[in-house]
Design a protein around this ligand. Structure first.
Ligand SMILES: [Zn+2]
Length: 137
């Protein structure tokens, strides 16, 4: 397990997250992930996430199509950097935090390139399965 430092482009928001890219990351072909070009890593323990600064700069993407889902996509309202997703969904095993890999500052190029990726078929509501096409994601 490592402690990653994460931040947005303008520096208003900073966080720490305990996890390991080598344990796997996820990309997905659903409408949200496609538009945001999401690449995320779920933390083994949601309490392994610590916001260090910038609570006042945070904004959240509304997910109209997911009404009722306890899932919150946080980003910096000043510079637009996507930062993390948190929520509590029974089907996902309860509370979760997934940090946006692109927001991590102390992950080396080699570590990022070596991180396993699960390409989820979220467009078919089938997140456990591999997306049939991934080259555009
Ligand atoms: Zn920012």
């Amino acid at each position: 397990m490592k402690t990653y430092q994460g931040s947005c482009f303008c520096g208003a928001v900073a966080f720490e997250a305990d996890g390991d890219l080598a344990d796997g990351t996820m990309r997905c072909n659903c409408r949200f992930c496609r538009k945001m070009r999401y690449w995320e890593m779920r933390l083994p323990d949601p309490d392994g996430f610590r916001l260090l600064k910038g609570r006042e700069a945070l904004a959240e993407t509304p997910r109209a199509e997911a009404d009722g889902l306890d899932m919150h996509h946080r980003f910096c309202a000043r510079c637009g950097t996507r930062l993390w997703t948190e929520g509590n969904i029974a089907e996902m095993g309860g509370r979760f935090v997934m940090v946006v890999v692109a927001a991590l500052d102390n992950a080396s190029e080699a570590e990022l390139a070596a991180a396993p990726v699960h390409w989820a078929d979220g467009a078919s509501d089938n997140w456990q399965c591999r997306a049939p096409e991934t080259r555009h994601l």
